[in-house]
Design a protein around this ligand. Structure first.
Ligand code: SF4
Ligand code: SF4
Length: 122
């Protein structure tokens, strides 16, 4: 039984905050977009508490979310997007996993937390 299977709903690309970028990710995304890191930061990111996170659009989806193509920076998307929903905060905390089940319809409700954690390591 699969603990997770993406439904391609896009819900995880919705909402503000939390998607902080590491310097390496800033450099990789900027290179992918053929921009300088500074231009990328000023156009697509906002600074919070001394760190940069991706902006959201008027629809509150990530600025790189596209209804048909999905993630416009897929080859270089941030580590947290690649890991989701097997992110460290979720695999290390059952309560966070319970909340993630409400946020992500791809998480199998019939699976136990222990099985979810086990499959995160595969
Ligand atoms: S919320 Fe879950 S099921 Fe929906 S696109 Fe994101 S990972 Fe896939
Ligand atoms: S970078 Fe891509 S996968 Fe991550 S939130 Fe934005 S659109 Fe979604």
């Amino acid at each position: 039984m699969k603990a997770f299977q993406c439904r391609m709903c896009g819900d995880c690309c919705y909402g503000e905050g939390g998607l902080y970028l590491e310097q390496r990710e800033i450099d990789d995304i900027a290179r992918f977009l053929e921009m300088t890191p500074d231009s990328f930061l000023s156009r697509y990111c906002e600074e919070k508490h001394g760190r940069y996170q991706l902006k959201t659009g008027h629809d509150r989806f990530c600025v790189f979310f596209h209804k048909e193509k999905r993630c416009l920076i897929h080859p270089v998307k941030p580590k947290l997007c690649i890991l989701w929903p097997f992110s460290p905060a979720i695999v290390s905390d059952k309560e966070n996993w319970e909340m993630a089940k409400d946020a992500c319809p791809g998480i199998n409700l019939g699976c136990t937390f222990e099985e979810f954690v086990r499959q995160s390591k595969e």
